[in-house]
Design a protein around this ligand. Structure first.
Ligand code: ADP
Length: 367
């Protein structure tokens, strides 16, 4: 039977377990065997009992479990060719020649590098006597399929990443809780949410909670924003009778000179200029935790199924695909196109080409 491996890598995201469950069950349904690689690429490099077969019932109940049950890690060894050589040997010894990788753009880049090197790695393993030509013969081609697991929704080419709506839901719940105390005491709250290069969580939570003001990395405020923010907040409080004030800031927010805009900077402005009793709340890792929301359970299941289909349909010439969702349809896109677009947007932010970054993020992803 054909053996398909699945691993989760990079930052964990709710819904990763749903993806692993779907890959395992779809593989079995397609008359293949499913193998979980534990601790991301660490498991691939180390082999042994870090690569284990999973059966249908092993993934029972995983849809409602948070984090990733097969573990995730940042693996330095896999960044080096020597590490990938060990990974290739472990895969051949296990008879695994297909890998579904659920992670962010770093993890998917690593997977694509691995695939490109695969024939050379096998040759080297034969040359140094670690494997024989007969052992390698059935595994000449490595198939890689990507699934995007990320709470930030920071991958081009897909409308949503696995985990982003769970995280958004948790942020909204937390802000609702803060609202209660803000209302009671007529306070201001500055809430810092995750997003170093991508303000999706901040933007969506600001819209979803009716926040007073928002800072995201892609759109630094115009100079003089301090006055504008204070004017809007004063108007909301004095003229519109709003008792609570909420400002949301993404962790990567910056001004036009690329100075960080932190929650404490904003707090000081509100306190000093408006005399507003202001508190800061940094949501931190609670944004990653907890069970996946219904959308992420659905998305991870459909994408996991599609990933196995893609594995079975690939041939030597097809580029590694990443499974996406666009306008509610589960689709495939060349993995490296999506990664490249994503990295270009991040570069534009570094280059202060903010308009470019926004346009690229919004634009329809080119086929
Ligand atoms: P994310 O997948 O969330 O973007 P990272 O960028 O930390 O997270 O990548 C996760 C892991 O993927 C790294 O620890 C490393 O093992 C592997 N990886 C990332 N980039 C590469 C690369 N260019 N070559 C090989 N492996 C890589």
């Amino acid at each position: 039977k054909r053996r398909i491996g699945v691993l989760t890598s990079g930052g964990d995201a709710p819904g990763m377990n749903g993806a692993v469950r779907a890959v395992v069950r779809m593989a079995i349904h397609s008359d293949c065997e499913a193998y979980a690689v534990f601790e991301g690429y660490e498991g691939l490099v180390n082999g042994g009992n870090m690569i284990r077969q999973l059966h249908w019932e092993d993934v029972r109940g995983w849809l409602s479990r948070g984090g990733t049950l097969i573990g995730s890690a940042r693996c330095m060894a896999f960044r080096e060719r020597a590490g990938r050589l060990r990974a290739a040997k472990n895969m051949v010894l296990r008879g695994i020649d297909a890998l579904v990788v659920c992670g962010g753009d770093g993890s998917l880049t690593g997977a694509d590098v691995f695939r490109a090197e695969w024939p050379g790695l096998l040759e080297e393993l034969i040359k140094v006597g670690e494997l024989t030509a007969e052992q390698v013969e059935p595994y000449k081609q490595l198939n890689i399929v990507g699934l995007v697991g990320s709470i930030d929704n920071d991958m081009s080419g897909t409308d949503a990443t696995i985990g982003c709506y769970s995280s958004l839901t948790r942020i909204c719940d937390a802000i609702d809780d803060v609202f209660d105390t803000a209302f009671s005491h007529q306070r201001g709250f500055v809430v810092e949410v995750m997003g170093r290069h991508c303000g999706w969580l901040a933007l969506m939570s600001a819209i979803s909670t009716g926040a007073d003001w928002l800072f995201i990395p892609e759109m630094p405020p115009k100079d003089g924003w301090e006055d504008e923010m204070c004017n809007v907040i004063t108007k909301n409080r004095k003229e519109r009778g709003k008792r609570r004030t909420i400002v949301i800031v993404a962790e990567g927010a910056q001004d036009r000179q690329l100075n960080k805009i932190s929650s404490s900077t904003i707090k000081d402005i509100l306190t000093q200029r408006l005399g507003l009793d202001t508190r800061t709340t940094v949501l931190g890792h609670t944004q990653r935790g907890g069970a996946a929301c219904a959308y992420d359970r659905w998305l991870s299941t459909l994408q996991g199924v599609e990933a196995v289909r893609a594995v079975l349909e690939m041939n030597a010439d097809s580029p590694s695909p990443v499974i996406t969702i666009r306008e509610n349809k589960i689709m495939r896109t060349p993995l490296m196109d999506a990664v490249k677009e994503t990295q270009e947007v991040t570069q534009k932010i570094h280059d202060r080409d903010f308009a470019g970054a926004m346009v690229r993020r919004d634009a329809e992803f080119k086929e």
